[in-house]
Ligand binder design. Sequence first.
Ligand code: UN1
Length: 513
Amino acid sequence: IDSGIKEILNQLGINEINKGASTGSYWFNTRGEKIDSISPVDGQLIASVNGAGENDYEATIIKAQEAFLEWRMVPAPKRGEVVRQLAEKLREYKEPLGKLVSYEMGKSLQEGLGEVQEMIDICDFAVGLSRQLHGLTMHSERFGHRMYEQYHPLGIVGIISAFNFPVAVWNWNTALAWVCGDVCVWKPSEKVPLTAIACQKITAEVFAANDVPEGVSCLVIGDAEIGKLMAADKRVPLVSATGSTRMGKSVGATVGERLGRSLLELGGNNAIIITPDSDLKIVVPGAVFGAVGTAGQRCTSTRRLIIHDSIYDKVKDAIVNAYKQLKIGNPLDQNNHVGPLIDKDAVNMYLAALDKVVEEGGNVLVPGEVLSGEGYESGCYVRPAIAEAENTFEIVQHETFAPILYLMKYSGGVENAIAVQNGVPQGLSSAIMTNNLRDAEKFLSAAGSDCGIANVNIGTSGAEIGGAFGGEKETGGGRESGSDAWKVYMRRQTNTINYTDELPLAQGIKFDL
Ligand code: UN1
C-alpha cells in the first residue's frame, strides 16, 4: 500500500477489513474466495478482501429478514432522519471517499467527488420523500364506502452494482429503499470492493448511533455466484441490477421465473444529434465530455454523433481538434482529463472494437493506442479514439465500455437523424444540439427519441438525481433515483372500507341470502 492511499483508507476507518463490523450493520464475511483490489491508476494491489461464500450469503439474508420486521414499523420520517444523518456523514467524508473512488476505479478526482455529491443529493431527496410516500384516494361507487391506496415496505432489496459508479448507484437504491422501509443487501462489483466497504463503514457509523437494527444495510462482496443466488432467492422481492445487457438478461430471466420484481439498468448506446442550427460552442464540450468522461465508462457515455451533412466537416474538425488537447494520465492529478480504463480486460475490449470498426469499413480519424512509459505502468491508459462509421456496423450496434466515438452523417430533416439514433438495441440516453424549436420538439415527441433520457442542448451523460434514471429496450426498462422511482421499492395496496351496516356489492350485483 502506498502512503497516499493508506492515509485515505485511514481517514475512512478501513484497516482490518477482513474482521467484519462489530456494531450497527452486518457488512461482510470471510469464507469465500479472496478478492484483490488493484488500482488501474498505478497497477498497485491496494488490498485483498475475503469474499463471501454461499453460507455467508445465507446468514446475511436471515439477518436482513429479521431486521426488516423491525425496520418496516419505524415511521417513514424517522427512517428519513437516519438517511439525513447519513448525508451529513457523507459531507464529512466527501474528500477521502471521492479520492478512494478515483484511485480504486480510475475516474477523475472531480468525478469521484461528483459521485459522492450524487450520494448526498439522493439522500437529501430521500429525506423529503420520507414524508411524501403518497397514495391516492378514490371515490367509491358504493354508498358509505371509502377507497384509498397505500404503499408499504417491500422487504429485502438486492442491489447488484457495477464498477463504473461504485458508490452513487448503491446509494440511489439504498437511500430510497431505506426511507421506504426496506432493507438492502448489496453485491458490489468485485473490481471495487474497497469503496463498498467504505460506504458500509460510514453507514454502520450512522446506523449504530441511531440503533438501527443490524441487517438494514448488508454488504456481500463476492463474484457472479452471489448475484445468481440473489436473483433466484424468493426472499428478495426486488433485485436492482446495474451492468451489462448480458448480465441483465440473466438476472431478469431468473427473477422473472419466480415472478419477482427486477429493476434493470443496462447498456446504453447514446447518441447526440447535431443539427445545422446547433451552437458549436456547446456542441464540442458536450460531445467531448460525454465521450471521454470517465474514460467512456458511463452507461450514459456518448458513443455516436449524428451530424447533419451541411455542417459535418466543421463539427468533425472541431471535435478532432479538441481531442488533441486531451491530457491522459493519473486521474488524481486535476490537470488530466482522462484516466485509465478499469483493467486490462477493458483495454482488450477497446482494442478489439477498434480493429472491428476498421474491419467493417470504418475510417479512423483519431487512432486509439494503449499508452506506456512513465505514469502509464498499469497498462490501463488508452487514447480516446474517433472513427467514422455506419450505424448498421455490428460494432456500432454494440456498447463498448471505452472512449471510442463514432461519427456519422445524416441529410434532410431531423426525422432521418432520429431514425439513426433509435436504430440500435439500447435505449438509455440521447441528446439533440439545436436552436431549432421544431427539431427539438420533434426529437422530444412520441415520434422522437425512444430513450429513457432525452436532452436538448446538453450531452448524454451527467444526469441529475431529481429525474427518474433509466432506459428502454435492452437498457432494461428500470427507473431509479428521482421522480416517482421510489414506487418500485414498495408494495402497493388498495383498500376499500365500508362504514355502513349494509353490504352493497360492486357493479350493482345482487346476492340475496
Ligand atoms: C451509470 O453510468 O451507471 O448520468 C450511471 C450520469 C450519471 C449516472 C450514470 N449521473 O452520467
